[in-house]
Design a protein around this ligand. Structure first.
Ligand code: GLP
Length: 247
């Protein structure tokens, strides 16, 4: 495992943002395009703010930058304040567009939590990722139960984008965003599969905060992937870097 450890969340966020900025800058300079995979949640939030500043104040032409999010609740209205659509609109696409208008908000893609046919929505999303050229760099956060995206324990390493049932642990962990009311947390989600994620050319996994310590330690003790800890399939990916602020 390639782990970079930082003494603070601030430092982790700055260094990962700078690294991702340089990768985007290089490929956009060479080909004019970049496909960035985004995760929601608290882990990458400060990194996003820093990345947006760097991209937004650069003179890069971002018209060929596409972003694809990992997951979304299902069902949820796009206008719901806790939808991942809203999180990305306000936390990434809009602030980046405001700073550098060459980035088109319509190039920010996310699974539609209102889709009438979620299975078809997932299949279309996979195709769209492939048509755009595949993910160049995927940002990930780590669930306290070891999930990546909404690939809950029990997810196989070759899964594709699909609808899933959220585990009680995940709904419990996310209820803070729904006024601490478990009933309000959707019971399902849609997520890129583990197989889909592993096709990303490069992966940056952000592991931050004491709550992740136990699962991160378990992950580091493994010598082979297990469905009990979906993030362990990253052991099969040759270009994954863990950015951690855990000693
Ligand atoms: C959530 C999201 C994931 C996220 C993870 C960790 O349930 N579905 O995409 O990466 O859990 O979230 P956080 O960074 O807030 O701990």
């Amino acid at each position: 495992m390639n782990i970079k450890t930082f003494s603070t969340h601030e430092e982790l966020s700055e260094q990962s943002a700078q690294y991702i900025f340089e990768i985007i800058q290089k490929k956009i300079g060479e080909t004019g395009t970049f496909v960035l995979g985004l995760a929601t949640g608290a882990s990458p939030r400060l990194m996003y703010q820093k990345l947006i500043q760097k991209l937004g104040t650069s003179d890069l032409d971002l018209s060929g930058l596409h972003t694809f999010n990992l997951d979304e609740y299902y069902p949820i209205r796009q206008g719901h304040p806790q939808s991942y659509f809203q999180e990305m609109y306000h936390g990434f696409w809009k602030p980046l567009h405001d700073l550098n208008q060459s980035f088109e908000i319509t190039n920010g893609h996310i699974l539609n939590g209102e889709a009438p046919n979620p299975d078809m929505e997932c299949r279309i999303y996979e195709k769209m990722i492939q048509k755009t050229g595949g993910v160049d760099l995927q940002v990930l956060g780590l669930g306290i139960n070891g999930h990546i995206g909404f690939n809950e324990p029990g997810s196989a390493g070759d899964t594709r984008t699909r609808q899933i049932d959220l585990t009680p642990e995940t709904r419990e962990a996310n209820k803070k965003y729904f006024g601490d009311d478990l009933e309000k947390v959707p019971e399902h989600g849609m997520t890129m599969g583990i197989g889909t994620i592993l096709e990303s050319k490069e992966i940056v996994m952000i592991v931050t905060g004491e709550k992740k310590k136990e699962v991160f330690e378990k992950l580091q003790r493994l010598s082979a992937p297990t469905e009990d800890i979906p993030a362990s399939f990253l052991l099969n990916h040759t270009k994954t870097t863990f950015y951690s602020d855990l000693a």
